[in-house]
Write a protein of this length. Structure first.
Length: 532
């Protein structure tokens, strides 16, 4: 399906991709709009010109930012000035898919719908368009308001691409990530210049493993080893500083644990409101009891880097976003993924006959696993939780992040049994697994369930032999997706798992359809079911 999109001039397309992949590394990316438009950007975002703050920041300017700024300073002094009109005159919305959108027919099944959606969700952008950064190869976007190549979304999208044998598209998306790692030194949340201060859960090593099933282990791991190492350096930056300074337990994304082992946390390189959610962040900081606004903005940004934006998982008070303290946490999911990242690097070195380097990363992975078991296992609650390193204790919140140690095969058999029991007793609902046990109108809390976490839980349970429970979660989740599709003819971003068929809600923006990672997980689980 996807191969038919760009086949008119394959040689020319290859040349253009090569040009971006090489020359693009040194090309400027432009400033984030909150920096380049200063007061204009602030006024548009807080004045609610657009109900969704991401709308304006994704628009393309018709002139250079300096010229627009100067014109704005003059124009706003006029008595008949209209901000909405000024924005319309100086910016436009970029719609790469201007044709009539695809609509599934009455006989189209959800599985057929997923396959037919891939071309609709495919983008190619090889030039700077406002905040949208160029990438060498085509990519699949989540859908709705998300028209970029998002980081952790892409792994779950790739599960579906693999199910539909779209390996070339997947390989191109991974080469886009390798390109971004060369250019930026890390994988940003997505290819927007306002995301260049934060990443997302590091699933790149899982992408390498998935692609290797098709292309072969040695050549795939060898191709992406430099990228894996670059990303590892990004997450481990500051390790030497926290090891050498007893009064500095944390720096950037690293945390020195009480036993001296370095683990990781979510972070951001800026302490200002998120540009895409400026109005919401300013409101949160205004009403917060904490007078350190920079810390609140940092914690909101770190929560966004986690992908769980937002959840009681990050709040001191379960129903109060103003109590957010993400950067005080050592997240169990992040460290489980970095454990897998270290193992993947070790495997790559083994495949290219570098045993000493492989041993170095194996040792690092073993130490990380021991620290996760020591600090993130909550014996009282019999579940894996995030660790609050400021308080020196478990955060005590039961969330689906606690299944990652099973997915990574870090948990002991006794711990896995306890986690499985808790999942079945507390998290399993009629429509799948609920994300947390707290209901507070945040989108990563009850009653919502999310496709990536269903996948992580199912695979983690299988690693420890809990196939019956894994199959039951899969059945309920697929049934929930089918029910919504039958009624709405859509695959959506998140689902109400307590009342299957009812639409999910909460969060900073309306429910999105499309939807990349739902499509990917649905296809992978559905095809499993058909061949089981």
């Amino acid at each position: 399906m996807l191969r038919r999109l760009f086949v008119k001039k394959p040689k020319l397309e290859k040349v253009k991709s090569t040009v971006v992949a090489t020359a693009g590394v040194v090309m400027p990316t432009g400033k984030s709009p909150d920096e380049s438009y200063s007061e204009l950007f602030h006024d548009v975002q807080v004045s609610n010109v657009y109900s969704d703050g991401k709308t304006f920041i994704d628009m393309v300017p018709r002139k250079k930012s300096r010229s627009i700024q100067q014109q704005y300073r003059v124009a706003r002094q006029q008595p008949d000035f209209n901000l909405n009109t000024f924005v319309d005159e100086h910016f436009y919305q970029y719609h790469p898919h201007a044709h009539k959108p695809y609509e599934p027919g009455p006989e189209t099944s959800a599985r057929e719908h997923v396959t037919r959606l891939w071309p609709e969700l495919t983008r190619r952008n090889r030039r700077l368009r406002g905040t949208l950064l160029p990438l060498p190869y085509p990519y699949v976007v989540p859908g709705g308001r998300f028209s970029e190549q998002f980081y952790w979304d892409s792994y779950f999208i790739m599960l579906g691409l693999a199910a539909d044998n779209e390996w070339s598209m997947m390989h191109g998306m991974m080469k886009n990530y390798a390109y971004m790692l060369r250019k930026f030194g890390f994988i940003p949340t997505a290819n927007r210049n306002y995301f260049l201060s934060r990443s997302q859960p590091p699933f790149f090593s899982r992408m390498v493993k998935l692609l290797a099933k098709h292309r072969g282990r040695t050549r795939t791991y060898a191709e992406f080893l430099p990228a894996l190492l670059t990303e590892y350096r990004f997450w481990m930056k500051g390790r030497k500083a926290v090891m050498e300074h007893a009064d500095k337990p944390a720096y950037a994304r690293v945390v020195r644990m009480p036993n001296g082992i370095v683990l990781n946390r979510y972070f951001d390189n800026k302490t200002t409101p998120r540009p895409e959610s400026r109005r919401e962040d300013l409101e949160t900081a205004t009403h917060a009891q904490d007078t350190n606004k920079d810390k609140i903005f940092l914690d909101l940004r770190a929560g966004a880097e986690s992908g769980w934006d937002f959840s009681s998982r990050w709040f001191r008070k379960a129903s109060d976003i103003q109590s957010i303290h993400t950067t005080d946490m050592v997240p169990v999911d992040l460290n489980s993924l970095l454990y897998l990242h270290e193992l993947t690097i070790a495997e790559a070195y083994t495949l290219i006959k570098q045993p000493l380097l492989a041993k170095r990363f194996l040792r690092a992975a073993e130490k990380r696993a021991e620290a996760i078991r020591q600090y993130c296992w909550d014996a009282e609650r019999e579940f894996y939780c995030d660790y609050d390193f400021r308080e020196g204790k478990s955060a005590g919140r039961l969330t689906l992040a606690g299944v990652y140690p099973l997915y990574a095969k870090i948990a002991t058999s006794e711990q896995a049994a306890a986690v499985a029991r808790q999942l079945e007793q507390k998290f399993l609902c009629d429509g799948g697994l609920v994300t947390t046990l707290t209901s507070n109108l945040q989108q990563w809390d009850s009653p919502n369930g999310w496709a990536p976490l269903q996948w992580i839980a199912i695979q983690g349970l299988r690693e420890y032999g809990y196939h019956h429970l894994a199959d039951e979660i899969r059945r309920r989740w697929l049934d929930n997706c089918d029910k919504v599709f039958e009624e709405k003819r859509k695959m959506i971003e998140k689902y109400n798992v307590i009342q299957p068929g009812d639409l999910a809600g909460g969060g900073e923006y309306p429910l999105q359809d499309g939807f990349g990672w739902t499509n990917g997980v649905y296809a992978a689980l559905y095809d499993e079911k058909e061949t089981a």
